[in-house]
Design a protein around this ligand. Structure first.
Ligand SMILES: [Zn+2]
Length: 427
């Protein structure tokens, strides 16, 4: 069993002074968003009468490895509380997406019924069900109570955090894995070293670790400052992922870009040094350089445009109120908390956030600003003049659906540049 990893790959709770990825001190403050509550700790009605915790939220860039990160870590057990609201099977596009991801990996790595695929942070088992249908052996690892849903629906899942110790237990019980996947997990963990060495122990020789996370290039080019929140300890560039795995016996062998979470990368990391590297890796590194991800100026320009979008939004709200028109919010993703808390917009300006009728968030309140989250049926009764699309990275789909259902409202897209989309222009 290998248990050694660099000390800086255990992120301690509290203020962080060095780069989480490469340990460099060459860190630059890009955007100070102020103190924020945890974006997925939605409040119940009773909690509105209690004090609410907030933590520093600053976007920091490392000049050495080009990784973006925050410089304050909230303890994982506080962030991922038992009522953590996310459950991936809930949205149909996501189910389809995960299914196609499983199929593509089965094909690329010629997986058969003899091979084991382990998904860490497997949630309700949506991704694994794709592998299971493809006839591959599967195992999920999921720390929250959602593991119970997964097991109930026939996806074998261990309810636990993943670390070196757990990897040994799994190896004894199930054998080594050919593929280990994480989606929307690897940017979140404090225990980077435990995770990577656990994966190392559990993988076969030439086994592959697949990490899918939101992607720095998309965040910067898309003005997506609202993806900065306490769950996202790090926002990886490809260059920073390579810098991370250079510190271990792994090779970054391939990379794919996708449009999940407003732009993501799926990185293929093969056990062992000197493995064959796809041209995709070289090409994307070139693109990152061309886009200036290695230059401070790129990030100061980014911060400037974020501040402009904020002022435009606030001015528009004031104008709407002055003219006696109505405006409400649509959706309450994690990013809505960053955006509205940074903008300082509360329920006096946006009386509610409308969510899908099957959302687990209904009846709760946005952290910090305490805007109620209500069933979107209300939109058809209230017929507001404007709807702010807070899941603006899925803006087109949302606007089309609401228009088709009969809404005549105009839409507000807050980022990357503030804009109004007239109902008649939604095609
Ligand atoms: Zn760094």
């Amino acid at each position: 069993m290998h248990t050694k990893y660099p000390k800086h790959h255990l992120i301690k709770t509290g203020h962080i002074e060095h780069c989480q990825i490469c340990n460099s001190e060459k860190l630059h403050l890009i955007l100070d968003l102020g103190h924020h509550p945890l974006c997925d700790t939605l409040l119940t009605k009773e909690m509105l009468d209690q004090p609410e915790n907030t933590y520093p939220l600053r976007m920091i860039w490392c000049q050495n490895c080009t990784g973006v990160q925050i410089d304050y870590c909230v303890d994982g057990s506080v962030v991922y509380h038992p009522d953590y609201p996310y459950k991936s099977g809930i949205s149909k596009p996501l189910v389809e997406y995960q299914k196609s991801m499983a199929l593509s990996l089965i094909k690329k790595y010629n997986l058969t019924k003899k091979d084991l695929v382990v998904d860490i942070g497997s949630n309700d088992g949506t991704l694994l069900s794709g592998f299971k249908q493809g006839g591959v052996k599967i195992l999920g690892i999921e720390p929250t109570n959602i593991a119970k849903y997964a097991n109930a629906s026939g996806i074998k899942t261990i309810q636990s955090f993943f670390d070196i110790k757990e990897s040994e237990k799994i190896k004894k019980k199930c054998g080594k894995a050919k593929l280990i996947t994480t989606t929307n997990v690897f940017a979140h963990m404090q225990t980077i070293g435990e995770m990577i060495m656990g994966i190392y122990n559990l993988l076969e020789d030439y086994g592959v670790f697949i990490s899918e996370t939101h992607y720095l290039l998309d965040v910067i080019q898309g003005g997506q400052f609202d993806t900065i929140y306490h769950e996202h300890l790090r926002t990886y560039s490809l260059r920073s992922i390579i810098a991370l795995f250079d510190q271990y016996d792994f090779t970054v062998t391939d990379v794919e870009r996708g449009d999940r979470y407003g732009g993501n990368i799926r990185v293929h990391i093969t056990k062992g040094k000197g493995r064959k590297v796809s041209q995709n890796v070289t090409n994307l590194l070139k693109l990152e350089k061309k886009a200036g991800l290695d230059k401070l100026k790129t990030y100061t320009e980014f911060a400037k445009s974020v501040k402009k979008a904020r002022i435009d939004f606030i001015n528009f709200l004031a104008k709407v109120k002055k003219e006696g028109k109505t405006i409400v919010g649509k959706s309450s993703p994690g990013r809505a908390s960053t955006l509205l808390n940074y903008y300082g917009v509360g329920k006096e300006s946006l009386p509610y956030l409308a969510e899908l009728s099957n959302s687990l968030k209904l009846g709760m309140y946005l952290p910090g600003k305490h805007i109620p989250i209500v069933d979107e049926k209300i939109l058809f009764k209230d017929k507001p003049d404007f709807i702010v699309v807070l899941s603006w990275h899925y803006g087109e789909v949302i606007m089309k659906r609401l228009k088709k259902a009969g809404l005549k409202s105009d839409f507000v897209i807050p980022l990357p540049i503030f804009k109004i989309i007239k109902n008649k222009d939604v095609k």
